[in-house]
Write a new protein. Structure first.
Ligand code: AMP
Ligand code: GLY
Length: 436
């Protein structure tokens, strides 16, 4: 791809609110001629072209790239990265010159293996919780290790487990049983044949996002998401029920600490380890007494964090991606609005447990104050219907969290589908003065 070309056809892999937000932002680029999303949703079909392809089917992705003369691929979710889609492109004569935004298999291990990411942090002096890893063969040692810890006990499946592989347990007996279930009885399949047991960290959680070309980086706006289904952060974990950016208590002094203690050693660590990383790094942090510790790395953007982070970026996202592809990111302009963005996720009744799809969604056309990022939606005849647990994220801007949230909630009042649900308290912990 010539760096100065003025047209660009880009393919986004994925189907959630995150991918709709990427499409929304990329369409604003002066260079983009066409955005494709595979498989996409009803929202992406309005502004981009959806392709009915499973991102895990690399051969189908290749056919689409060649057929539509795609010049760049952005990978939304982690699974294709962990499975090696970037390596697949590099190994293919017809695809190897097409940049993929997202790490190769070696870098994707930061999310694909908790054990790898913990070793990485230890090796490069990045602050994180104390831990040890165990397998079926070392189950008894694992139980003894649990006895040395105080509750609550944190057990993590080593591999990808669709966000379900982390258990936090109060009882030692339960922790021992669950460890055995994970390593010996494959509670999370292959993903839990190795389990990381780690120290429980108290504190406040927030996320920092980095875009890197492997040499330089840009720190994107911070965000906080709300993972539990219930108000007051109660009930089952979900993919995320809402998000706010920036995180008000993450002031510039704190962010500088994160940059020095976490971001720089991470980028340098990748360089030292010979991992050529081109893409996003989503760093989950726990902060206690003003000091950050890394809970986890993800090798992609968060969802719904993307729905508040990207709309705040004023720079041309495609320019930044070209910087990633050509390792010229340090030359690219990067600016962010001071306005606050909030997003509230509207979900299907029953989610994150069983729910029904196919409900007709009405009122979307009346929303003018907010941006509607579709997640689990699809088109049926002339209607838009629900097609997943998380249905759409309603993003609004304002000078304060309260005003932005009021706007998101006013917009949600205009939307209707049977059994629709959403949290009415997003940001509840931030409107008072939270201190790190
Ligand atoms: P992870 O998939 O590693 O992000 O873990 C999921 C969630 O579990 C995190 O967002 C935290 O809320 C919680 N968590 C993970 N590790 C720890 C830890 N060591 N101490 C306290 N909470 C944790
Ligand atoms: N919102 C959390 C995630 O994307 O993993």
């Amino acid at each position: 791809m010539p760096e100065n070309s003025n047209t660009m056809k880009i393919l986004i892999l994925g189907s959630g609110g995150r991918e709709h937000a990427f499409a929304y932002k990329l369409i604003q680029s002066e260079k983009i001629t066409e955005v494709y999303v595979a498989p996409g949703n009803a929202g992406t079909s309005e502004t981009a072209s959806n392709l009915d392809i499973n991102p895990m089917d690399f051969i189908a992705v290749k056919s689409a790239v060649l057929e539509h003369q795609i010049q760049m691929v952005l990978v939304g979710p982690e699974a294709p990265l962990v499975e090696g889609i970037h390596d697949f492109f590099l190994a293919d004569d017809q695809l190897q010159t097409i940049p993929v935004i997202g790490p190769k298999k070696d870098g994707a291990l930061l999310e694909g293996s908790k054990d790898f990411s913990k070793e990485f942090m230890l090796r490069h002096g990045i602050p994180t919780a104390q831990y040890q890893s165990f397998t079926k063969e070392t189950l008894e040692e694992g139980k003894l290790f649990l006895e040395t810890l105080s509750p609550p006990y944190v057990l993590k499946a080593d591999g990808l487990a669709a966000g379900k592989g982390v258990l936090i347990l109060d009882s030692l007996e339960k922790a021992k049983t669950e460890l055995e279930e994970m390593v010996s009885n494959q509670k999370f399949g292959d993903a839990s044949s190795r389990v990381v047991i780690e120290e429980f960290l108290e504190g406040i959680e927030l996320s920092v996002f980095v875009l890197t070309d492997g040499k330089s980086y840009k720190i994107l706006p911070s965000a906080k998401d709300y993972k539990r289904i219930g108000e007051g952060d109660t009930g089952l974990n979900t993919g995320g029920m809402g998000a706010i950016s920036p995180v008000p208590f993450a002031d510039s002094k704190f962010l500088q600490k994160v940059e020095e203690q976490v971001v720089k050693p991470t980028i340098n660590g990748l360089l030292i380890d010979g991992i050529d990383y081109r893409g996003f790094i989503f760093i989950g942090l726990m902060v206690a007494n003003g000091n950050p510790k890394v809970i986890e790395y993800n090798v992609r953007m968060g969802d719904p964090e993307t729905e508040v982070v990207l709309p705040r970026i004023q720079s041309d996202l495609l320019e930044l991606f070209e910087g990633v592809a050509h390792q010229t990111l340090d030359e690219k302009e990067f600016s962010v609005t001071d306005q606050i963005a909030t997003t509230v996720m509207v979900v299907s009744g029953g989610y994150p447990e069983a729910y029904t799809k196919g409900k007709v969604i009405s009122g979307l056309e009346t929303i003018q104050e907010s941006i509607v990022f579709h997640a689990g939606t699809t088109n049926k005849d002339t209607s838009i219907i629900t097609n997943g647990g998380r249905v759409m994220a309603i993003t609004s801007f304002a000078d304060s969290i309260e005003e932005a949230l009021d706007t998101s909630y006013r917009s949600i009042d205009k939307i209707h589908f049977e059994k629709m649900n959403y949290r009415k308290d997003i940001g509840f912990d931030l409107t008072t003065t939270t201190k790190l």
